[in-house]
Design a protein around this ligand. Structure first.
Ligand SMILES: Cc1cc2nc3c(=O)[nH]c(=O)nc-3n(C[C@H](O)[C@H](O)[C@H](O)COP(=O)(O)O)c2cc1C
Length: 431
């Protein structure tokens, strides 16, 4: 029976954890003290590099390496942006961290900032995260009052300011360059890369962007060392990962597991298995933008490489489960509606392509689909794939392609029989 390996969630359930004195009573800010008073910034970077910590926002980029790209001798301010946008359907772990253990994120952010020579840390929270924002503001105030933020932190001579920035509630604002545009006060549109944010980020200054979970993992690595972190997970995907399990399972929720754990164990032992004793039909392994996998993939180890080999992505760690009764065409329509609505509109392939796909789904679900629509959908996917300005376009394709690949018969059934999906609610027409 798989047990959780709790690193970021170690103090989950502790009464009053949001309060500084409770966090401190459980060893909180010990890692910050250790880093600022006993380690040089480069030593912090080296330790995190050695730990193999990979970014937990989707791309899995090594965190220590990212920090090392920030130029040391650059004049003027440098920034950190903690990405708390978390707009990916099926993912709700960062929200838990910010709401339940805000000081862990603050501590990790200060250590990362110290390592990369940053002067100002922003926490970019998703617009709808009202509680997260309130909790975070309270915790930052406490941290300032205790001397963990501001001038001369813990007598080390290091200074850091921290600000919470609320987004306007847009999935695209989680994409790092769009996040920066939004942070600067602009409309959340992506920017071209290169140059990369590490050298040309917010207001053209060097900027590190890291996911909340990535930053929240840092204090444990500083406290217990890179070798300890590496003792979990696999060679290429070391350490642990929070997973958000949702959909048709008995026990949906956030769990933390060593990378490389077979999906079956995660879903059965932690998620309680498919609900109501039903069979599994499919699952998205890393959030709504990751192609669906099938029951035959259940023994795949949950790590970046193995999930990619199986044809999908580990993404942000949101496992969405669909039971045998699920209408997969309807699932594809719901998610395509999400992507069409959330497309920022900057580039034509994504703006027009997602909207066009939605129109086709509406046609199919209203009984007016044509057999050619399946090839047309795939053709539109081809027109978006790697051609949109940022990876948003690609994110919209996983559900369309994988449902057509694995559940083509369900599409054909709609089309051949002119079957109409009985809607409980009329869809909101966004365009
Ligand atoms: C459309 C889109 C949405 C994204 N949303 C988020 C998000 O909500 N949170 C996040 O941490 N990363 C998100 N990312 C990934 C970020 O661009 C970036 O890779 C990440 O914040 C870097 O942090 P990490 O290296 O710690 O993972 C998104 C990417 C794309 C393309």
């Amino acid at each position: 029976m798989l047990q959780e390996t709790k690193v970021v969630t170690e103090l989950a359930g502790t009464e009053g954890l949001r309060r500084l004195e409770v966090y401190e009573a459980h060893g909180g800010y010990g890692a910050l003290r250790k880093a600022l008073t006993g380690m040089k910034p480069q030593e912090v970077i080296d330790e995190v590099k050695r730990s193999g910590l990979r970014g937990k926002g989707g791309a899995g980029f090594p965190a220590g390496l990212k920090w090392s790209f920030v130029p040391r001798d650059h004049p003027g301010p440098k920034y950190l942006a903690a990405n708390a946008d978390e707009g990916e359907p099926g993912t709700f772990k960062d929200r838990w961290i910010v709401e339940e253990n805000p000081h862990l994120l603050i501590e990790g952010s200060i250590i990362a900032s110290y390592a990369a020579g940053i002067d100002h840390a922003y926490v970019y929270t998703r617009g709808e995260f009202f509680t997260a924002r309130r909790v975070l503001l309270g915790a930052i105030k406490e941290a300032y009052a205790r001397g963990y933020l501001g001038e001369n932190i813990l007598g080390s001579g290091y200074a850091l300011e921290m600000t919470v920035h609320s987004g306007a509630g847009s999935y695209e604002c989680g994409e790092e360059t769009a996040l920066l545009t939004s942070l600067e006060g602009g409309r959340g549109h992506p920017k071209l890369k290169p140059p990369f944010p590490a050298t040309h980020g917010a207001w053209g200054r060097p900027t590190v962007i890291n996911n909340v979970e990535t930053l929240a993992t840092v204090p444990s690595i500083i406290n217990r060392g890179a070798d300890w972190y590496r003792s979990f997970g696999t060679e290429k995907s070391p350490g642990v990962k929070m997973v958000s399990i949702s959909g048709h399972v008995e026990k949906p929720g956030n769990y933390e597991i060593p990378l490389g754990t077979p999906v079956r164990m995660i879903l059965d032992d932690l998620g309680g298995g498919v609900w109501k004793g039903r069979e599994l039909k499919a699952f998205a392994p890393g959030g709504s933008s990751t192609p669906l996998l099938l029951p035959g993939n259940l023994d795949t180890p949950y790590d970046y490489e193995s999930i990619a080999e199986a044809g999908s992505m580990l993404g942000s760690g949101g496992i969405i489960v669909f039971d045998e009764t699920t209408d997969m065409v309807r699932v594809a329509e719901i998610l395509t509606r999400f992507y069409a609505w959330e497309s920022c509109g900057k580039c034509t392939p994504c703006r027009e392509g997602t909207r066009w796909m939605l129109q086709i789904y509406e046609r199919i679900l209203n009984g007016g689909g044509r057999m050619e629509d399946l090839d047309l959908l795939l053709d539109i996917c081809e027109g978006i794939d790697s051609k949109s300005f940022c990876p948003f376009g690609d994110a919209a394709l996983g559900i369309v392609r994988s449902t057509i690949q694995h559940f083509r018969a369900e599409y054909e059934n709609y089309i051949r029989k002119h079957k109409v999906y009985k809607r409980k609610f009329m869809p909101v027409r966004h365009h």
